[in-house]
Design a binder for this molecule. Structure first.
Ligand SMILES: C[S@@+](CC[C@H](N)C(=O)[O-])C[C@H]1O[C@@H](n2cnc3c(N)ncnc32)[C@H](O)[C@@H]1O
Length: 293
């Protein structure tokens, strides 16, 4: 432990306090004063971990700032848009790597659930950031290609990431604002909305889904992949209630219930609306189809 304090140039007493807490949280083990990584931290916290979350650890610097706004949210009922914490290119890069880390293990499952008509060619990944979800859907449905539509700060870094992770052959990136810009892709077969509807108000989502329905070709698919918001009267749950509070503080809106997402799809004119619960307890996938009228 003294060795660790010297290597990191930190206070030995304070670092030991922290190490003891990490033992109690199962990130470290301690045998006769020697600390070691556990299977949990080896699985997630090393640069080459199989389910790496090291960018999330870096991004937690922003989360500390956001959580400090809890009192403001409690007093005013209002959250603060988290994108205002992304001040530099480095902040965007860390945020996108963190989102990519959480997308990697589940994107193949998500892609396999999304029904796509035979012969489909175009997918729009709204707020797609790194673009992995759209890429995975396209890989399963050749010759489909994906276009990520994301805000100005996001796109430059996302293009670089696409080359690094080998999806630049199948994904292109466009700057734009899904709330204001027309969805102008011709022969659009599918629209994917991953972790983005919780950034928008109910009115904005209703409007966006209506425009998506118009833009899609017949038999097109819309897929909403987002945080599971606890249903009214449901048993409290650390994951869904923790996420719900966090996004209430860090967004000018909130996450939405399955029933709200499904209702918006039906009201926008979609049919075959169905929900798939993800293997992870945090997320759900709500799907709709545009059928011939
Ligand atoms: C939480 S990230 C989700 C990224 C990715 N879809 C995923 O699930 O990993 C939300 C993304 O939505 C983008 N976004 C927010 N508002 C947007 C808007 N009005 N138009 C387009 N993109 C938007 C953000 O820039 C960010 O990249």
């Amino acid at each position: 432990m003294i060795e660790l304090a010297e290597t990191l140039s930190v206070d030995p007493e304070v670092v030991e306090m922290l190490l003891r807490i990490l033992v109690s949280a199962d990130y470290l083990s301690c045998t006769e004063g020697e600390y070691d990584l556990t299977d949990l931290s080896r699985m997630a916290l090393l640069p080459d971990s199989p389910v790496g979350l090291t960018s999330w650890v870096k991004f937690n610097r922003v989360h500390w700032d956001i959580i400090s706004l809890m009192e403001y949210a409690l007093r005013t009922g209002r959250g603060v848009d988290a994108s205002r914490f992304l001040e530099s290119k480095e902040d965007w890069a860390v945020q996108q790597l963190a989102m990519l880390e959480t997308a990697r293990p589940v994107a193949p499952w998500v892609a396999a659930q999304v029904p796509i008509r035979t012969g489909a060619t175009r997918l729009l990944d709204i707020g797609g950031s790194h673009g992995l979800y759209g890429a995975m859907i396209c890989r399963l449905n050749p010759p489909m290609k994906s276009t990520v539509l994301d805000v100005t700060g996001a796109v430059e870094n996302a293009r670089k990431l696409a080359c690094l992770i080998g999806i630049d052959d199948i994904v292109e990136y466009e700057e734009g604002d899904a709330l204001k810009d027309a969805l102008v892709i011709e022969s659009l077969d599918a629209v994917f909305l991953g972790n983005v509807v919780h950034h928008f108000t109910p009115e904005q989502n209703e409007d966006l889904l209506g425009r998506i329905e118009t833009a899609l070709r017949p038999d097109g698919t819309v897929a909403i992949w987002d945080i599971r918001y606890p249903e009214q009267g449901s048993k409290p749950d650390l994951f869904s209630d923790g996420f719900a509070l966090f996004f209430r503080i860090s967004s000018s809106t909130r996450c939405y219930r399955e029933s709200e997402l499904a209702r918006w799809l039906v009201e926008a004119g979609f049919t075959d609306v169905e929900t798939h619960l993800a293997p992870a307890p945090t997320h759900l996938l709500v799907l709709g189809r545009k059928r011939h009228k």
